[in-house]
Design a binder for this molecule. Structure first.
Ligand SMILES: *Cc1c(COP(=O)(O)O)cnc(C)c1O
Length: 362
């Protein structure tokens, strides 16, 4: 039966993992980023496949996402990038490794560990080298390290930082300054604590653009799903979003289409109704702007995207009700779609709602 379905191609995932791994030194560890349900795919299926392929680490944003992986049987270490104080108990219960990024979190975490007499709990210290999102700057890192040193609760499994503009080579001076600052701070941390944590800094586009930033481990998200900001020809998109023509409406010249009459037909128009809307993650910015693929041809969106449906122009395309359509796939990929509405593939993929059925292939 044809219907709206998001295909998740695990063979493409394997291919991308192998390609990205082949760029790394043989000793470099690989952390797969599976936050936001594996960039809108299916986080547990993606993680299971990568675990079977020997990935070293996973990262998620929040504890809940890590708990879901543990409940599905994942035994690989899991870094929680943005753990909240409210989830500290669960983090320990499910053997998740938190990022230590603020004094608020650090102090509460140490309190929890020491009151439960837990020692040497693995954590990753987050250094802010200029993204100014989360983490300790150089001065704060010294204070954080003192707190860690004065308690025996924490063992640093990792020290890491995140780059601000790895996909923009015009910013390479800034990027190199971030890398150098990270080298300096991380070596201070290591000598102060006499430990040997995993250093990690690269995201996908740093793996491509800044090989000098490999350190001990890389963190790849978007590349595993087939993108590297730009569509990267050697990678393969994992997500394919298909739907169907639910109905065909034959509109006359002068008829309006959809809410607020945002489109007026300039000629007789064969209008296809697609059962996908902004509640499914098809942004309203897509209105009157973008196109989908029907029978290999472009069908332009007509008028405003509704909550559950949108309409397209089928003039000149030989199709019937029930015919399959492609929103994005390997050839007409999510990055092109993203560009047509002024955003990036990350947002398109992670916006795909729970309501869309996921079908695992490969
Ligand atoms: C999401 C995230 C990544 C992954 O970045 P990609 O560009 O998808 O490879 C890496 N590190 C951190 C800290 C992140 O939040």
């Amino acid at each position: 039966m044809k219907k709206t379905v998001l295909e998740i191609d695990l063979k493409a995932l394997e291919h991308n993992f192998n390609i990205i791994s082949s760029k790394l030194n043989s000793k470099t560890k690989f952390m797969a980023i599976v936050k936001a349900n594996g960039y809108g795919s299916n986080g547990t299926e993606v993680a299971k496949r990568l675990a079977a392929m020997g990935v070293d680490y996973f990262a998620v944003a929040f504890a809940l996402e890590g708990i879901a992986l543990r409940k599905s049987g994942i035994k690989t270490p899991i870094l929680v990038l943005l753990p909240q104080v409210e989830s500290i108990k669960e983090i320990v219960k499910y053997d998740l490794e938190p990022s230590l990024y603020s004094f608020y979190f650090l102090e509460n975490f140490i309190d929890h560990l020491s009151s439960n007499e837990i020692r040497n709990y693995p954590c990753h210290l987050k250094i802010n080298t200029g993204l100014n999102r989360v983490g300790f700057n150089e001065k704060e890192a010294k204070r954080a390290v003192n707190k860690i040193k004065n308690s025996d609760s924490i063992q640093l499994a990792g020290v890491y930082s995140h780059l601000a503009a790895t996909d923009d080579l015009h910013q390479s001076k800034f990027t190199l300054s971030q890398i150098n600052l990270f080298k300096k701070i991380s070596s201070d941390v290591k000598s102060k604590l006499s430990c040997n944590p995993i250093l990690h800094m690269s995201n996908t586009s740093a793996i491509y653009n800044y090989p000098e930033c490999e350190f001990d481990m890389v963190r790849s998200g978007i590349g595993l799903y087939g993108y590297n900001n730009e569509l990267n020809k050697e990678l393969r998109p994992v997500h394919t979003l298909r739907s169907i023509i639910a109905q065909i409406i034959n509109a006359k010249m002068g008829d309006s289409i959809g809410y607020n009459r945002a489109f007026i037909c300039e000629e007789k128009t064969k209008v296809g109704v697609i059962p996908l809307g902004h509640a499914d993650g098809i942004s309203r910015l897509f209105s009157s702007n973008a196109y989908i693929i029907v029978n290999g041809k472009k069908a332009k969106v007509l008028g405003n995207i509704c909550m559950d449906v949108f309409m397209v122009n089928l003039n000149g395309i030989d199709v019937h009700e029930g015919h399959e359509v492609v929103i994005f796939d390997r050839n007409n990929n999510a990055e092109d779609y993203a560009k047509s509405v002024g955003t990036i593939s990350y947002e398109i993929l992670t916006n795909l709602s729970e309501r869309i059925e996921r079908k695992i292939i490969g």
